[in-house]
Design a protein around this ligand. Structure first.
Ligand SMILES: Nc1ncnc2c1ncn2[C@@H]1O[C@H](COP(=O)(O)OP(=O)(O)OP(=O)(O)O)[C@@H](O)[C@H]1O
Ligand SMILES: [Mg+2]
Length: 305
């Protein structure tokens, strides 16, 4: 419990929220409150409805039933109280935009208002951009064309862009996906520092809970049209996930990391095995979080990753 608890405000309020496409329900009766400074992780297999949840918070997807409020008001698209790091955004390789220009767009599009600044304002703006770039460890490639950046470098620029307008809510869709283990930890720590220093609420979709495990207040775990919501030590247990998947799932804790392992018959035929994952992470078998449990045959997006 922090001192500021008494002044905390609800930044996200979902009440009895249900989202379905056709006859497929992604989640229903979801009550989720995220207060300022809180860090919420959203987990679940491909197609579970994680990005769709973020789209609801961005006002890009309407609910089938229930309500959503952001910072006490109905959602509206393009709100400057929300910063967004989208999932897998590519950059057109022909575009000669510098990394610092992307961060400036994050400022211009919001509170600073004016596209061109002069004199003291211009210097202040440049200082803010430099600070944002330094905060994400991007100073070295600040003036490089974004089309030449690596996936991990580009991801840092995206985070600086999303934070530039000092949002009340930072929405991140798999921001660690393009990063190696060290950069995953650095970016996770950076976002955690931001929410502590600026009281930014964070909702963070990830397949890798370990880099953010020290920071997470609540986990929302989506599977098969249902969910579990609560602190990590309540949700990330064998009992809780076995109940969610309605099948045996073990959560193993080793060296401060969690590994989720489903029974073999649940993982048969899936592209991602424990060994595959370890090979990708380059960090040994006891590293990742594995969403093997939920891939029903109707899950059309399972092939996408
Ligand atoms: N506008 C839409 N109309 C119909 N179906 C949709 C729409 N948007 C998403 N879906 C479907 O809803 C499901 C959830 O999609 P979503 O993008 O939320 O998954 P996700 O949990 O983010 O998955 P991933 O881990 O692959 O990013 C998918 O099966 C997707 O094809
Ligand atoms: Mg997604």
């Amino acid at each position: 419990m922090r001192e500021a608890d008494s002044q905390r405000k609800a930044v996200v309020e979902l009440e009895k929220a249900t989202l379905a496409f056709g006859d497929r329900t992604l989640w229903s009766d979801l009550d989720l409150i995220i207060e300022s400074g809180q860090f919420v992780a959203v987990l679940g297999a491909n197609g579970a409805g994680k990005t769709s949840l973020l789209k609801v918070l961005l006002g890009e997807q309407s609910l089938n039933s229930g309500t959503v409020r952001i910072a006490g008001s109905p959602v509206r698209r393009g709100s400057d109280v929300v910063g967004y790091v989208p999932q897998r955004v590519g950059i057109d390789s022909g575009v000669m935009v510098k990394a610092r220009d992307v961060v400036r767009m994050g400022l211009d599009g919001h509170r600073w208002g004016l596209p061109v600044q002069f004199g003291a304002k211009r210097r202040a703006m440049r200082r803010t951009i430099d600070e944002m770039l330094a905060a994400v460890g991007a100073t070295a490639f600040a003036d490089a064309p974004v089309s030449m950046l690596s996936g991990g470098e580009l991801q840092r620029i995206r985070i600086a862009e999303a934070l530039a307008c000092d949002p009340d809510l930072l929405i991140c869709d798999e921001p660690l996906a393009a990063l190696d283990l060290r950069h995953q930890q650095e970016v996770a720590a950076l976002i955690d520092r931001r929410r502590r220093e600026h009281d930014t609420a964070v909702i963070f979709v990830t397949h890798e809970i370990n880099p953010i495990l020290p920071y997470v207040d609540q986990v929302l775990y989506l599977a098969g049209g249902r969910f579990r919501l609560g602190p990590p030590d309540e949700v990330m247990t064998s009992a809780s996930l076995s109940a969610l998947y309605d099948a045996p799932v073990d959560v193993i804790s080793a060296h401060g990391r969690l590994v989720v392992v489903a029974a073999n018959d649940m993982t048969a035929g899936l592209p991602q095995s424990l060994d595959d994952h370890a090979a990708h992470s380059g960090d040994g078998a006891l590293h990742g979080l594995h969403d093997h449990g939920h891939h029903d045959p109707a899950d059309r997006s399972a092939w996408r990753r």
